[in-house]
Design a protein around this ligand. Structure first.
Ligand code: COA
Length: 242
């Protein structure tokens, strides 16, 4: 696959790096397609338990590539529809994967970039990280990423982010529960890898089953969630080793 996403295995951890640093890893069609392909490949690979997603250079991801917008007009309806489908897939893939994904975020995580970070199961951020949804400032909306945002922080905080377009600091994102850790910039990858290794040290069957159940029950009414839990409780007897 193209070098626009770098893939490296470190034990049972797969590190995927968005590799378009001169454009702050802005998500053009190629980067988005290759990222989805690598995430799906990591999920299929039996040698991988956990994925770490990061960005090359000084930013995690500056969101949708603005330079592609000029071709995304109503007279290019097929292109517009393809782009919307691809963007949706790139945010849905994380919850479909059975393996946890940890975002390691430095610098800007804007728009679709903030969406990617928050779509990951865990987020470790550098002190300099900034998360924002600036679409309103371009006269558009964070159409795809808004759904997950409403699930990650309280509604008032979510609406403030999308209606003002103003970014929040890593410290604020931590207070809101949108991310897990804020670390010194030079420690970012070490801390993300340490967390990944902790997860990768657990039983893969249990880890994958936890992630799958987590995403299944997160949006279910209580009784339906408990029913899924009952089924998972029975199923786990099949891989528990006393
Ligand atoms: N799409 C395409 N290119 C982008 C981009 C995006 N979303 N974000 C940044 N870039 C490019 C810049 O055009 C610039 O390219 P150039 O050097 O060829 O001119 C390069 O990345 C560096 O960006 P720059 O703006 O100079 O960096 P900065 O440190 O001054 O600012 C940001 C960083 C993130 C605040 C700023 O780049 C920004 O606001 N980007 C747009 C974020 C956004 O609105 N995303 C949602 C889109 S809907």
């Amino acid at each position: 696959m193209s070098e626009i996403v770098l893939s490296e295995s470190r034990g049972r951890v797969r590190v995927l790096t968005l590799n378009r640093p001169d454009k702050l890893n802005a998500l053009d069609t190629e980067l988005t397609e290759v990222l989805v392909a690598w995430l799906e490949e990591a999920d299929r690979d039996d040698a991988v338990s956990v994925v770490v997603l990061t960005g090359a250079g000084r930013a995690f991801c500056a969101g949708a590539d603005i330079d592609e917008f000029q071709d995304l007009t109503p007279d290019h309806a097929k292109r517009v529809e393809h782009r919307a489908q691809l963007t949706m897939r790139s945010h849905l893939v994380f919850s479909k994967m059975k393996k946890p994904v940890i975002a390691a975020v430095r610098g800007a995580a804007m728009g679709g970039g903030a969406g990617l970070a928050l779509a990951c199961d865990l987020v470790v951020a550098s002190e300099n990280a900034k998360f924002g949804y600036p679409e309103i400032k371009h006269g558009i909306l964070p159409a795809i990423v808004i759904t997950n945002l409403t699930r990650q922080v309280g509604r008032k905080a979510a609406f403030e982010l999308v209606s003002t377009g103003e970014p929040m600091s890593a410290a604020r994102a931590l207070v809101l529960g949108a991310i897990n850790r804020v670390v010194p910039d030079e420690r970012l990858m070490d801390e993300a890898m340490a967390l990944a290794q902790t997860l990768a040290g657990h039983s893969p069957e249990a880890l994958f089953a936890i992630k799958q159940l987590f995403h299944k029950v997160a949006d279910l009414p209580l009784a339906d969630g408990l029913e899924e839990g009952r089924k998972a409780n029975v199923a786990m007897r099949g891989f528990f080793k006393a």
